[in-house]
Design a protein around this ligand. Structure first.
Ligand SMILES: Cc1cc2nc3c(=O)[nH]c(=O)nc-3n(C[C@H](O)[C@H](O)[C@H](O)COP(=O)(O)OP(=O)(O)OC[C@H]3O[C@@H](n4cnc5c(N)ncnc54)[C@H](O)[C@@H]3O)c2cc1C
Length: 385
């Protein structure tokens, strides 16, 4: 068993760290306040080859896999939780999914543009009345002979109002339940039946755009279907099992950022004539954060490695996502406490890590849903794939 990174992986790690320090950090404070999303940073990430993991070279693949993408997400999120989102929107979400289920024409047409960030990707599953229970979604796609007609509303969609081409999940046969969902590749721009709007009320991830999409008799071409009509649920679960690991990697980054700051502050801040890091209660807090973080990293890297080997990994992916998310929330909470009143100030980053980390418990399947999945495997009700 080898735990070290290869020279190439270390190079990617350095590149992502460097990028985050030089390109994201300098404007982060004002971007957070103004909720600024910088598309030019996504394009720069593309030019560095960040979005080609797990893809064939002919479509822009960079010869790397999930583990390398996880390493990138971790480094980016250490500086800003928002900044790892493009890895999912350009690479791990739409690109890998179209590469798995698409026709040769669809792969040639869409994947290179996501990898190069010519096209901003998205995946639209969640709705106002349908979140964890994906099959209950209300958005419909009706076959009108020469086109599909889409009606309904999607909510909490990353990139909704900045997105170009991406994946839409809709109901094509309500009676068929989970066999009645279909995945479509659609363009959000230039369609008079589609309206998008930003959600500005988020408590965190301020530099990552999130929005809603309304479909009102929107016409999309007949050849928009990804995979088979009725295969949408299977595609959605396959996709979530991948995007979930990217989220877990983001959790590692947020945890690392919080822990680094907590240790720095504990070594610096003096009370009662001694560094606060010399008090056992602070030490216990840091020891827990560090141990949980290391355990989370092993789980996340293990799940990514299993994916790269083509081995069953749903069980390990859900454990990684659950554990890393909860570890990040714990680390951010403890960091805020260690910072005392300064933790409660928007002048210091402790509050941002806490706000950003909270999203991890919800996105890509909530912590409760991960527990449901894990228990299903542990109890032998489901076979790991
Ligand atoms: C910043 C952000 C970005 C997002 N990006 C996207 C995106 O790009 N695309 C997309 O489609 N969605 C996206 N989402 C939506 C996200 O995936 C959903 O919010 C999530 O799946 C949960 O759905 P919900 O909010 O409707 O909660 P609900 O499903 O209504 O759950 C509410 C609560 O009930 C619990 N619960 C539900 N069912 C069960 C059960 N069976 N057992 C135990 N507890 C249960 C949940 O754990 C949760 O605590 C995003 C959300 C956020 C906040």
């Amino acid at each position: 068993m080898r735990f070290g990174l290869t020279d190439e992986q270390k190079m990617m790690q350095d590149m992502a760290r460097d990028f985050a320090q030089k390109e994201i950090l300098p404007t982060l404070k004002e971007d957070e306040v103004n909720h600024t999303f910088r598309p030019e940073l996504v394009k720069k990430m593309a030019s560095l080859g960040f979005f080609g993991c797990g893809l064939p070279e002919e479509y822009g693949g960079n010869g790397c896999g999930f583990l390398e993408s996880v390493i990138l997400a971790e480094q980016l999120a250490t500086v800003s939780g928002s900044s790892r989102l493009p890895l999912n929107m350009q690479n791990i979400g739409p690109s890998l999914t179209v590469n798995k289920f698409g026709t040769k024409e669809q792969k040639e047409r869409f994947i290179p543009d996501w990898v190069s960030a010519e096209s901003f990707g998205f995946f639209a599953i969640t709705e106002p009345n349908s979140g964890s229970d994906v099959v209950s979604m209300g958005t419909t796609a009706i076959d009108r002979g020469d086109h599909w007609e889409i009606n309904g509303q999607k909510m909490w969609i990353s990139n909704a109002h900045v997105g170009d081409w991406g994946l839409l999940y809709a109901v094509t046969d309500r009676a068929a339940k989970y066999k009645g969902l279909t995945c479509f590749i659609i363009n959000l721009k230039g369609n008079e039946g589609i309206i998008t709007a930003a959600i500005e009320s988020k408590v965190g991830l301020h530099c990552a755009p999130t929005g809603e999409i309304s479909f009102n008799q929107a016409k999309i071409p007949k050849d928009s279907v990804l995979g088979e009509v009725g295969q949408g649920f299977q595609i959605c679960m396959w996709q979530l099992n991948n995007t979930r690991i990217s989220c877990a990697a983001g959790a590692l980054g947020i945890g690392a950022g919080a822990i680094e700051a907590a240790i720095g502050y504990a070594n610096e801040r003096t009370q009662f004539g001694k560094k606060i890091g010399s008090y056992q209660m602070i030490q216990a807090s840091i020891a827990e954060m560090v141990a949980e973080h290391e355990a989370a990293r092993l789980l996340v890297y293990q799940a990514a490695w299993l994916k790269d080997q083509g081995l069953p990994n749903q069980y390990q992916t859900s454990m990684a996502k659950l554990f890393a998310s909860e570890a990040a929330v714990h680390a951010a909470t403890e960091t805020m406490k260690i910072f005392g009143s300064y933790g409660f100030s928007t002048e210091y980053p402790a509050e941002r890590w806490l706000r950003d980390s909270m999203s991890l418990r919800t996105v890509e399947g909530t912590s409760n849903i991960q527990k449901t999945i894990i228990a299903g495997f542990a109890l032998g009700d489901v076979v790991n794939r």
